[in-house]
Design a protein around this ligand. Structure first.
Ligand code: SAM
Length: 270
């Protein structure tokens, strides 16, 4: 890892560590007030969302499935996924930031989500066995990574053959300036590190995924460089090999244009 990548990861860890500390200290609440979710009323208001979409809405989770959430934050998507996979299923939230893991653990106790566990680790080096997961979800995290090919390679490795990769993320629909690329605050705010939508799809295919689909919010011809996107892909093989797989279309799932990302926290303002 280069020095620059180490610096970027430290900036991201510090940024989300600060946000988690604020919630743990009771200085920031407001719950999961996010336009992407309709089913969060029963959750405590410390289950804060830092996401840019709702990956659980597209994942079509089945009872008994094992789900991995890359960059699980305060645990929101893990708790929603846990309801869907039920007691026979399992949800693993992975995050690198100690304070965020502490907040997620506190939230897990409040929610009583016994089929959820949170682990410390990097999404570029996932601490799980090969082919041990049915579905990888993630919400506004992969753009923050300094090594996207490693993330896609690791997601592919831990998915079973036929396993699904179904995430929300920020993507670019046009180029950005060098100054924007090099702005550390914009990186932590889910902007500078975003891949172009076409590069996102290409890198997933290079990692071995098939049926790759990147559904982008809003009018791609508009002015904003950044868009919320829902991304679907599948590891080849498994019981459904050869059968057409119909992904939920972006038109049927709420996707909102990202206007004026604050650089404060991913999608805090979208
Ligand atoms: C924008 S927040 C999203 C949190 C959550 N997915 C949500 O929707 O609320 C990004 C989270 O990813 C974690 N994260 C960022 N880069 C990571 C990496 N390389 N490995 C593991 N976790 C990472 C951060 O600690 C933070 O909790």
């Amino acid at each position: 890892m280069t020095d620059q990548n180490t610096d970027l990861r430290t900036v991201v860890r510090d940024a989300y560590g600060t946000r988690a500390r604020e919630v743990l200290a009771g200085e920031r609440t407001g719950g999961v007030a996010s336009q992407f979710y309709a089913d969060t009323e029963a959750l405590p208001e410390t289950v804060v969302s830092y996401g840019c979409g709702n990956p659980v809405a597209i994942a079509g989770l089945q009872p008994g499935e094992t789900v991995l959430d890359l960059g699980s934050g305060a645990g929101l998507d893990c708790f929603l996924a846990a309801r869907q996979v039920g007691a026979s299923g399992r949800v693993i939230g992975l995050d690198m930031t100690d304070e965020m893991l502490a907040l997620a653990a506190e939230n897990r106790a409040k929610v009583g989500a016994e089929n959820v566990e949170f682990r410390k680790g990097l999404i570029e080096a996932i601490p799980l066995e090969d082919a041990s997961v049915d579905v990888v979800i993630s919400n506004c995290v992969i753009n923050l990574s300094t090594d996207k090919p490693a993330v896609f390679g690791e997601a592919f490795r831990v998915l079973r053959p036929g396993g699904r990769f179904q995430v929300s993320d920020v993507v670019l629909v046009r180029g950005i300036t060098d100054a924007e690329r090099q702005d550390l605050d914009l990186w932590a705010g889910c902007q500078s590190g975003a891949l172009h939508r076409d590069d996102y799809a290409a890198q997933l295919r290079e990692a071995g995924f098939e049926d790759v689909e990147v559904s982008v919010a809003g009018d791609a011809a508009g002015g904003e460089a950044w868009r919320s996107a829902l991304i679907n892909a599948r590891r080849p093989g498994g019981p459904d090999a050869g059968k057409p797989w119909v992904f939920p279309s972006g038109e049927r799932i709420e996707l909102l244009p990202i206007a004026g990302l604050s650089g404060d926290a991913c999608c805090s303002s979208c």
